[in-house]
Design a protein around this ligand. Structure first.
Ligand code: B12
Ligand code: SF4
Ligand code: SF4
Length: 261
């Protein structure tokens, strides 16, 4: 059965799913309402190997019949964002939310995929993370860059995607045969104050290992810190070894958190 679908339908599916996921019990709620954008698959994606990893996968390599990219951002609650501000190490809840949000992203992708399958469309999903080359510290499928192309947000000096709800949260994406068209949330201009020509650069000062500069990120420095945090800090003791967290450069900043109606 093929019917006319739009990004609004998918937003509804995600919102309903999150509501029942939260109320099912057994999971702590670290999340606000997700933001979602779609982009028709066309030549815009050809830029990916130039602006992200040079071997970045193109949407049609994931699913040859793909017509649309769907990308979503799950913003963290104000309480969690504020709890991660003090000190040089992440709070335990930041680590717990990392694990729990990766699981949630996988469930949301599956929910969208199943919903579209019922309408007669195939989809191909990708994981939230842990799909990167540890030598290059780059992924062949970068949600952040896909989100930039789709207009879900813009990349800030902190090298994170800033959305209309802020940058503290996590991203997921998938491709589908359904033609949902373009539905950007940000169409022009930057969301990062510095990139807009205003005074800021506060993110640079927040990094405990000086991994950030105006030129970008020293991935290796950041990675060493994330590994140190999970292996040596008391706050994260007992969490999965793959809990790669710090996040000081996404909290306590003018771009961290924005209320959305
Ligand atoms: C590898 C990786 C890392 C590496 C590299 C980080 C990085 N900046 O890319 C390390 C281990 C350091 C890392 C750290 C963190 N990560 Co990480 N990581 C990834 C992963 C797996 C791939 C990212 C990737 O391929 N980067 C590629 C390179 C090229 O990105 P880049 O250097 O930032 O890109 C620059 C160029 O594109 C350049 N550029 C040049 N020309 C042009 C032209 C245009 C038009 C544009 C747009 C850009 C551009 O500008 C960019 C910024 O400088 C993704 C998951 C995924 N599969 O997408 C998560 C991901 C990026 N990480 C995430 C997070 C949250 C973190 C941490 C906060 C850890 C934590 N959870 O506490 C830190 C933040 C560090 C930081 N400030 O970036 C989130 C980001 C959410 C967001 N709001 O953007 C992601 C998307 C995971 C998820 N599913 O949500 N991560
Ligand atoms: S802290 Fe300021 S300079 Fe850094 S990313 Fe956010 S808005 Fe941009
Ligand atoms: S995650 Fe931590 S170590 Fe990495 S760039 Fe951000 S503040 Fe620096």
């Amino acid at each position: 059965m093929h019917s006319r679908l739009s990004a609004t339908d998918i937003r509804g599916v995600v919102s309903e799913f999150l509501q029942s996921y939260r109320s099912a019990g057994g999971v702590r709620n670290w999340w606000r309402e997700p933001l979602l954008a779609t982009a028709r698959i066309d030549d815009r994606f050809m830029v990916l190997p130039r602006i992200a990893s040079d071997d970045h996968v193109l949407p049609w390599e994931l699913l040859p019949s793909a017509k649309t990219l769907i990308v979503f951002f799950i913003p963290f609650t104000k309480e969690l964002v504020e709890e991660n501000i003090p000190g040089p190490y992440p709070c335990r809840n930041w680590g717990l939310a990392y694990e729990s949000t990766n699981t949630l992203i996988a469930h949301i992708c599956e929910r969208i995929k199943n919903y579209l399958a019922v309408q007669g469309y195939l989809s191909a999903v990708t994981p939230a993370t842990h799909n990167f080359d540890e030598a290059k510290l780059m992924a062949r499928w970068s949600h952040k860059h896909l989100a930039h192309i789709s207009g879900l947000g813009r990349i800030g000096v902190n090298t994170q995607l800033i959305t209309p709800a802020g940058c503290a949260g996590r991203l997921g994406s998938l491709v589908t045969e359904a033609d949902l068209g373009d539905s950007p949330l940000v169409t022009d201009g930057e969301l990062c104050l510095h990139k807009r020509g205003e005074e800021c650069l506060q993110c640079l000062k927040r990094c405990p290992v000086e991994a950030l500069s105006e030129e970008g990120i020293d991935r290796r420095k950041c990675w060493s810190r994330l590994r140190y945090n999970i292996q040596k800090t008391e706050q994260l003791a007992g969490l999965e070894d793959s809990t790669n967290v710090c996040g000081k450069c996404v909290v306590g900043l003018p771009c961290s958190y924005r209320e959305i109606s």
